[in-house]
Design a protein around this ligand. Structure first.
Ligand code: ATP
Ligand code: MG
Length: 152
């Protein structure tokens, strides 16, 4: 399905702000980044999991960025937070089911979100890259092919 990525993101941000009220999510996207050919359900899983992590693992007063860069063959999606970060030794386990890093403290979670994201990205023939520094923040960048995903 073709979808208007700008509108899709605005809707997800609204949804996230119901759960995480008072938080700021900056959408950085060109006006004309519509016509993304993808599966809305898979994209919903990807975006809500990444944004909920960014919000959950950063203090209330810090904002979160969602950036969309449309290119000819791929769409680059970046989610950036200024939170607790991911310890280096945890980074290779992030996509394992039920895995949670040692620095999560009282922040609750099941450790399944990123496993779902990874699966959805694979179906979309995309890539995911994590850059993180403890106590500074985390940036997660996706490249999603501009084509419909494999059958689930
Ligand atoms: P849930 O299943 O509810 O999403 P979760 O957030 O613990 O639970 P994942 O989303 O799979 O699980 O993330 C796995 C682990 O990766 C987290 O427990 C956390 O340790 C780390 N993590 C993920 N995103 C971030 C982030 N933006 N900042 C810091 N740590 C993160
Ligand atoms: Mg999560």
């Amino acid at each position: 399905t073709y979808l208007d990525l700008q509108e899709f993101c605005q809707q997800i941000i609204k949804e996230m702000q119901l759960t995480y009220s008072g938080r700021t999510i900056n959408l950085i996207a060109p006006q004309d980044c519509w016509e993304f050919y993808g599966d809305p359900k898979l994209l919903w899983h990807i975006f809500t999991n990444l944004l909920s992590n960014a919000l959950k693992y950063s203090p209330k007063e810090k904002s979160v960025d969602l950036e969309i860069i449309p290119q000819e063959l791929v769409t680059i999606v970046t989610v950036r937070d200024r939170g607790i970060g991911i310890p280096p030794e945890a980074q290779k386990h992030l996509f394992d089911s039920f895995y949670r890093a040692s620095n999560v403290g009282e922040i609750s979670g099941t450790g399944l979100g990123l496993a779902i994201v990874k699966r959805a990205i694979d179906l979309h023939k995309g890539t995911i890259e994590v850059v993180s520094e403890p106590d500074r923040g985390t940036t997660i960048q996706l490249q999603l092919l501009n084509q419909s995903p494999d059958k689930i």
